[in-house]
Design a protein around this ligand. Structure first.
Ligand code: PLP
Length: 385
């Protein structure tokens, strides 16, 4: 059976070039980057080269790049770290209702520990408007965190404007750029960000490595205490192979960003147009234009997204649901809910996320099997009424 992977927002395969770059750091160049001997120095050199590469890609200084364990860790460090460091200046944080759980749950934690959080509303496309952020700012606001692009619907936020207004008010601005990285240009000065989170496994790099960008002078308390790694900002022996892999992934992406965007946009639009032509009662979730090139979130009226996913999986197509299964009942995604998508349609949502390895044939195969599955599920749900 043909297997088609349309879930690249969940994770991506490691690119062969990335794997090749990493391999020596598991075997002959296994040194601890903190050791002073030649093995250590060799690892340290690779680590610092990787740091340079990542810094250059986003217009930052090498000293502003901190290697961490994941996108989640970068988000946690940014939010908890700044909150702790600036708690005497203020205890109010602004974020949006559509953030990833790595940000939302961290905010909930902070609320349990004496901070106040304002969750800014979004429009029907899931976009956060700078005006809404401006209205949420208070004299005791210490941090604003708004994601660059949404992982479920792909909507891209005007973060340069949000960053600019934060700077005007002297408030730090963090963005979760896990989904936009290597898909959209990212330059820390052009986007006015003070802190940003990135993850290796979303960009054809390995799992278990992420990056936190923290502008020079931004104070934050580390999440992990211990050794003096990463200039005292993240204790723990550094994952050198991971950092090398991350940097190689970034290099590869930088060299083919334009082609990749064109490729993904073409496939995404082909998929949507095909669905739209072949299936009735379908709804596009997310911004029609200001959206990640490979992300397509669609609600199929009258069916559960989960059932559609399972049927697609049986035919070899891997996608993802717009709803999460909690304690046996399907709860709609908080993103679609914030966008005002009616419950029925939120439950009927499926996310297709395309990637570098996808072809037109993948899209055409999906379009070939999809109408019949939808028809069958709709008939079943009619019968059970
Ligand atoms: N932020 C966003 C927007 C994401 O999509 C994800 C992963 O799904 C994360 C953070 C978490 O990244 P990681 O899986 O590296 O912890």
């Amino acid at each position: 059976m043909r297997r088609v992977y349309l879930d690249h927002n969940a994770t991506t395969p490691v690119a062969p070039e990335v794997l090749e770059a990493m391999l020596p750091y598991f075997s002959q160049r296994f040194g601890n980057a903190s050791s002073v001997h030649s093995f250590g120095r060799e690892a340290k050199r690779a680590l610092e080269d990787a740091r340079e590469t990542v810094a250059e890609a986003i217009g930052a200084r090498a000293s502003e790049i901190i290697f961490v364990g994941s996108g989640t860790e970068a988000d946690n460090t940014a939010l908890k770290g700044v909150a702790w460091a600036l708690r005497d200046r203020g205890r109010h944080i602004v974020t949006s209702r559509v953030e990833h759980k790595a940000v939302l749950e961290t905010c909930h934690f902070l609320e349990r520990h004496g901070f106040e959080v304002t969750y800014v509303a979004v429009d029907r496309y899931g976009m956060v408007h700078p005006e809404a952020v401006r209205e949420a700012l208070r004299d005791d606001t210490i941090l604003v965190s708004v994601m660059h692009a949404n992982n479920e619907v792909g909507t891209v936020n005007p973060i340069a404007e949000i960053g600019a207004l934060c700077r005007e008010r002297g408030v730090l601005f963090h963005t979760d750029a896990v989904q936009s990285f290597c898909k959209l240009p990212f330059h820390v000065d052009e986007l006015n960000v003070d802190l940003a989170s990135f993850s290796g496994h979303k960009v054809y790099g390995p799992k278990g490595v992420g990056v936190l960008y923290a502008r020079r002078g931004v104070r934050f308390e580390p999440l992990l205490h211990g050794g003096e790694h990463e200039r005292n900002r993240r204790a723990s022996t550094v994952n050198v192979a991971g950092a090398v892999g991350f940097a190689r992934a970034v290099e590869l992406a930088a060299g083919r960003l334009e082609q990749e965007v064109a490729h993904l946009t073409e496939l995404r639009d082909r998929l949507w147009e095909g669905i739209h032509q072949r299936v009735e009662d379908v709804h596009l979730n997310g911004h029609p234009e200001k959206r990640l090139p490979g992300t397509l979130n669609v609600s199929f009226g009258g069916i559960e997204g989960e059932s559609l996913l399972l049927s697609l999986d049986m035919k070899g197509v891997a996608a993802s649901a717009g709803s999460a299964c909690t304690s046996g009942s399907l709860s709609p995604s908080h993103v679609l809910d914030a966008m005002g998508v009616p419950l029925e349609l939120a439950r009927a949502a499926v996310r297709f996320s395309l990637g570098a390895g996808n072809t037109r044939e993948d899209v055409d195969y999906t379009l070939e099997i999809l109408p019949e599955i939808v028809q069958r599920l709709r008939a079943l749900s009619e019968m059970s009424r």
